[in-house]
Structure formats: structure tokens, C-alpha cells
Design a protein around this ligand. Sequence first.
Ligand SMILES: C[S@@+](CC[C@H](N)C(=O)[O-])C[C@H]1O[C@@H](n2cnc3c(N)ncnc32)[C@H](O)[C@@H]1O
Length: 211
Amino acid sequence: MSTADDMTRRTALTRARYNRIAPMYDAMEWLTERTAFGAWRQQLWTAVPAGRVLEVGVGTGKNLSYYPSTAQVTAIDLSERMLERARRRAADLGARVDLRLMDVQHLEFADGAFDAAVATFVFCSVPDPLAGLHELGRVVRPGGDIWLLEHMRVNRPFVGTLMDMLNPFVVRVMGANINRRTVENVRRAELTLVSVQELRGELVRLIHARP
Ligand SMILES: C[S@@+](CC[C@H](N)C(=O)[O-])C[C@H]1O[C@@H](n2cnc3c(N)ncnc32)[C@H](O)[C@@H]1O
């Protein structure tokens, strides 16, 4: 199988996994949303500047209520079932957001079309994270902002190895990899790292980067 065929297959698998868990997704995250994620989302979106903002991997739309009123947000997701839920949430909240079915690995936007891009808990499941990060660097204008709130591999010998061992099982059930090296991936995608803040030790970090 060629590399391109393998990536197409892995992307289809990711879409199918999120379509499958979409009806349970909010319930699965209910507790963590209230005890941690909500505050981290608030912190991230407070830092997002006014202007044209792209949210990738919008999921069921958990960030919608945090969007700044000064931002014109376009939000995309690979999974039509997750996106359906985001549409419903946007209607309930009366949120102004342009929701589209799209793959972050192949964004259908012009170079520099956005002032900022945001992803929360997304690059753990994008099949080719470098391709997705490259795309963010392309569609955000020079000097613009890229904010990533992500869980990732812990760089400690025992815990890191355990995460590597458990990853194949977790990715099958949840659709997310627990051993991504997202800070390194940001560097490898030739984005400029502005800051990395540890929110739950090395496990969850808030990354600010620029194209
Ligand atoms: C763990 S969920 C996070 C959803 C949301 N950002 C949140 O914070 O609750 C990951 C989301 O990324 C989406 N996703 C995965 N790969 C993607 C891709 N290649 N392009 C766009 N979205 C993708 C999934 O469909 C899913 O909705």
C-alpha cells in the first residue's frame, strides 16, 4: 500500500471512529469538562485576538460558548456526526459560526486567510499531525496566532513507555493517540513556538505558535 493510500485509509478510520462515538462524546467528557477542560478553554479563548479565526476539529462544539464576540469564526471537522452536534449546539446558543466538513490535513482555504487558528484536543487524533500543522501555518497569516490545547506523551521513562504500550488499544476505542509528541511536531512543522504552558504537568499543555 502506498503512503498516500495508507493515509487515506487512516483518515477514513478516524472519521468512522468519531462518527461512532459522537452520540456518547459529551457524556464521556462530562466530568473532565467541569473539573478542568472548561477553565482551560476559557484561558485559551481569552487570548484569541479579534478577527478571522479558524477552529479545527470543532467536534460537538464545546468551544462555541467561549468564542469572543470580536471573532468571526469558521470551524471545521472531519466527522459529519460530530459536526451535526456542533450545528445543534450553535443553534441553541445562537452562536455565529460557519461550520464546515473538512480535513485539517487538506484545508480548502487560501494562504493567510485567517488571523488565528485554534485546536483543542485535536492533534492527538489527526492521522498525519505534521500535515495538519503545516496547513495551519499556511492558512494563518504571517504574524498571526496558532493556539493548541493538547494532551500528549509524558517524557518520563516509565510513564512514557506505558503510554506507548497502551496507545494501540486507546486509539481503537477512543480515536485519540495518547503518545503524540505535539510540541516536537509543532517544531517539525516549522512553526515558531512562542510559549508552552504545562496545565497538568507535561500531560496537557497550552501551546502558542506562529507561522
Ligand atoms: C477529541 S475530539 C475534540 C473535539 C473538540 N475540539 C473538543 O475540544 O471537545 C477530536 C476531534 O477532531 C476531529 N478530527 C480528527 N481528525 C481530523 C482531521 N483530520 N480534520 C479535522 N478534524 C479532525 C474529530 O472528528 C473530533 O471531532
